[in-house]
Design a protein around this ligand. Sequence first.
Ligand code: SF4
Length: 387
Amino acid sequence: MTPTEADAYSTSAAAYVHVPFCSSVCPYCDFAVVAGRDDLVDRYIDAVCTEIMTSESWRPLEAIYFGGGTPSHIDPLLLGGVLDALSLKHGISADAEVSLEANPEDFDATRATALRSLGFNRVSFGAQSFDAGVLVALGRRHQAGQIESSVRAARDAGFENVSLDLIYGTPGETTNSWSDTLSRAIDLDPDHISCYALTVEPGTPLGRAVRDGAEAPDPDIQADRYENADKVLNAAGHTRYEVSNWSRPEHECRYNLNVWAQGQYEAYGNGSHGYRDGVRFRNIRRVDAYVRAVESGKTQRSGNDVIESWDAEIDRLFVGLRRVVGVAPGPGVTAFLTSDSGRRLLDAGVVNMVGGRLTINRPLLTDEVHRCVIDLEAPECTPTQIQ
Ligand code: SF4
């Protein structure tokens, strides 16, 4: 993907739909999810449809992403109802990417066929690992064989775009088991693979266990796993286009490309975050509180931040630098390159200038670059000088 193609996503129209229901909550999960509340599913989907129908009309959507939670946990017809609401309200482009996240244990031939016929054309499986011990450590409910059967079901149902999420660096995972996970993932011939380091979030069961003395993921081991993944995936024809995402040519996730290009996206459902008309907004995080707010006609929003002028430029660097193509010149790039920490990162080879664009050369240090970006101070100029 060329920089020009990547930047062009800044003008596309996208929407995120959050589906918070899971069979159980994995110990490392910090998302806005709920387990054991399937009694709320119908009311929740009604609330999401109400939120969509009362939002401001837009133009036909080019990328839609159902994330969670576990969208595949609920009846496909309910997800189809949400797609109908999006279509009625905004329209959906004929060639739109329509993604959903799915867990392997939920995804059989019947569900795959139903979802494909409703209009979903991309599925992202939470595979995480092919090592039985690692899957248990992560609290996952599926077995490796179910990853293989769910990918087959997706292909048989006509999904031309299949992605796998993998997690590396779980305590107990070995070099061999990670290599085996990568090669079994590649054997399934996916179009897209995401690899994430296991992260310990405070407030999760994993966070509490580590606080109380359980083994934490080792950052050095995780760095080795990441480099191994990059090498193996490249050799298999998958090119990294973002810190944690690899794909075959022209199979990059269009929804995420929009987000990283500072494009606009609607967001519906509890805990979701969106960006439209210069405002970043977020919804109430608790499922029941979100449903009650929508049902009673109150706002489901828990916050709005107007992003303008210098904040928009910092935002452009923050999200854009996740991409391998980096970000185009602008006052933020100039401020970065003239700041002490920016120069230090450039001298150390952490960042680079490629074709006039600021890029991150060492993706494992993205957080450090982000810290530098957040601290940048606006140059002395009027807001109209900052585009
Ligand atoms: S299945 Fe995914 S969203 Fe649900 S609890 Fe586990 S990690 Fe979180």
